[in-house]
Design a protein around this ligand. Structure first.
Ligand code: NAD
Length: 362
C-alpha cells in the first residue's frame, strides 16, 4: 500500500492542506484506491512540540513514504541563524530533482488567455540557483567589491532525468509533444548539454515530438500565443521565471499548483506562500493545494502502476472544473464569497456526484 505523508506547514497551510487531504481521500474512496496516510509535525507547530521546525523524526518518517503534501512554510517569520528554525530543505534531502507546474486557463476565471493547458517541468537541483548547486556555500562569491561571480551547473545525469520525466508525462497527454527551452547557440556548453540530453531521450520516445525553442523567443510566444505549447521542459533559472509568467497568463498565484518529483518520491507543494495576512480567516483559496494533491495521486499512480490512483486524480480534475465553471463556491480571491472549507466541500460533492471512473470508462 502506498504511504502518503501530510505536512501542514504554517499559517494558511493549516487550512488548505486539510482541504486537499479531504478531497484526495474522497476521490480515493470513490475509486477504491487505498493508501496509508500519516500526518507529521513541521513548521512553527513542530517547534512548539519538538523544539525544531523540521524534527528528525519527521525526516526519518518521510524516508519511508512514497509521497507527501507539504503546506507553505512561513520561513520569513523564522528567526535567522537559529538552527532549530530552518527552511525545509526537503527537495535537496530527497533529491526531488524536478518541479512540475501546470498552467491551465479556466472559463470562469478572468485570465489573459483562454484554452491554455501547459505543463512545465523545471529542473531544480542544478543550473544557476546558487544554493541548490553546491553542498556548502552558495555558488556565488565576490572577490572584491567590484566583481560578483555566480556559477551554473548542468550535468548529463540531471538533464537526462528531467528530460525523461517530461517525455513520460507527455505520453499521458493528448498532444504527445515536448518543447525543450534553452539557449544552446549562446550557452554552448551548459544549455548545449541540456539540449543534447533532451535529443537523446527523444530518440527513445518515437511517439513524442520534440521541439526546441530559445528561451527569449519562448518568453515572447508564451505571452502572445501560449496555446501552441503542451509539455515544456527547461533548466532551473529559466523555469523559475517562465513558470511565474505562465501563472500570470492564466490568473495568478492562487491557481498555481506544483509537484516536486524524484526518482521514487514526490512532494505536493503549491506555489503560493503561507499568506500570514489572511491566515486563520477561513478565506484562503484551497485550489492550488488540492490540485497539487491531485498531481501527487496522478504521479504515484503512474510510477507505482496503480491505475486507481490515476482515476482518483481524474475525478478531482473533473470535480474542480465543475466547481469553477459553476462559480457558486469560490473563495474571495476568485471573486466568490465561499470559505476555504466550503470550496473544499463543493469539490467533494462534485466528485461524489460523478459516476465512478471505472463505470464511466466502461
Ligand atoms: P504569499 O504567497 O504567502 O502571499 C502573497 C499574497 O497572495 C498575499 O496577499 C496572500 O494573502 C495571497 N495569497 C497567497 N496564497 C493565497 C491563497 N491560497 N488564497 C488566497 N490568497 C493567497 O507570499 P508572501 O506574503 O511573500 O510570503 C508569506 C510567507 O510565505 C513568507 O514567510 C514566505 O517566506 C513564505 N513562502 C513560502 C513558500 C513555500 O513554502 N512554498 C513560498 C513562498 C513564500
Amino acid at each position: 500500500m502506498l504511504k502518503i505523508g501530510i505536512l501542514l506547514g504554517d499559517d494558511i497551510g493549516l487550512e488548505v492542506v486539510p482541504e486537499a487531504v479531504k478531497v484526495m481521500k474522497a476521490a480515493s474512496a470513490k475509486v477504491g484506491f487505498k493508501a496509508a496516510w500519516k500526518q507529521l509535525p513541521i513548521g512553527r507547530k513542530a517547534h512548539e512540540s519538538h523544539g525544531h521546525t523540521m524534527p528528525a523524526s519527521t525526516v526519518k518518517a518521510l524516508t519511508g513514504m512514497d509521497g507527501w503534501l507539504l503546506g507553505p512554510i512561513g520561513h520569513s517569520a523564522y528567526p535567522r541563524n537559529d538552527p532549530t528554525w530552518t527552511n525545509t530543505g526537503l527537495r535537496k534531502r530527497f533529491d526531488l530533482f524536478a518541479s512540475i507546474k501546470p498552467v491551465k486557463a479556466y472559463q470562469g476565471i478572468p485570465s489573459l488567455h483562454k484554452n491554455v493547458d501547459i505543463v512545465f517541468l523545471r529542473e531544480v537541483t542544478e543550473g544557476m540557483q546558487s544554493s541548490g548547486v553546491v553542498v556548502a556555500g552558495s555558488g556565488e562569491f565576490r572577490p572584491n567589491d567590484e566583481i560578483s561571480i555566480g556559477m551554473r551547473v548542468v550535468t548529463r545525469k540531471g538533464a537526462n532525468r528531467v528530460a525523461r520525466e517530461a517525455f513520460e508525462i507527455a505520453r499521458t497527454r493528448p498532444r504527445k509533444k515536448v518543447t525543450a527551452v534553452h539557449k544552446a547557440p549562446t550557452y554552448k556548453l551548459c544549455c548545449g548539454m541540456f539540449a543534447e540530453e533532451c535529443r537523446k531521450v527523444a530518440a527513445e520516445y518515437p511517439d513524442i515530438k520534440l521541439d526546441e525553442v530559445l528561451v527569449d523567443g519562448f518568453a515572447l510566444k508564451l505571452v502572445m500565443n501560449p496555446q501552441q505549447f503542451d509539455m515544456v521542459v527547461t533548466t532551473n533559472q529559466f523555469g523559475d521565471i517562465l513558470t511565474d509568467e505562465g501563472a500570470a497568463i492564466v490568473g495568478g498565484l492562487g491557481l498555481a499548483p506544483g509537484l516536486c518529483v524524484g526518482e521514487h518520491k514526490a512532494m505536493s507543494q503549491a506555489t503560493h506562500g503561507s499568506a500570514p495576512d489572511i491566515a486563520g480567516k477561513n478565506i484562503a483559496n484551497p485550489f492550488a493545494m488540492i490540485m497539487s494533491g491531485k498531481m501527487l495521486l496522478e504521479w504515484l499512480g503512474r510510477k507505482h502502476k496503480q491505475p486507481k490512483a490515476v482515476k482518483a486524480a481524474k475525478l478531482i480534475d473533473a470535480a474542480m472544473d465543475k466547481v469553477i465553471a459553476e462559480a457558486k463556491h469560490l473563495t474571495p480571491d476568485l471573486g466568490g464569497t465561499a470559505t476555504t472549507v466550503e470550496m473544499g466541500n463543493a469539490v467533494v460533492r462534485a466528485l461524489r456526484a460523478k459516476a465512478p471512473a471505472a463505470r464511466a470508462c466502461a
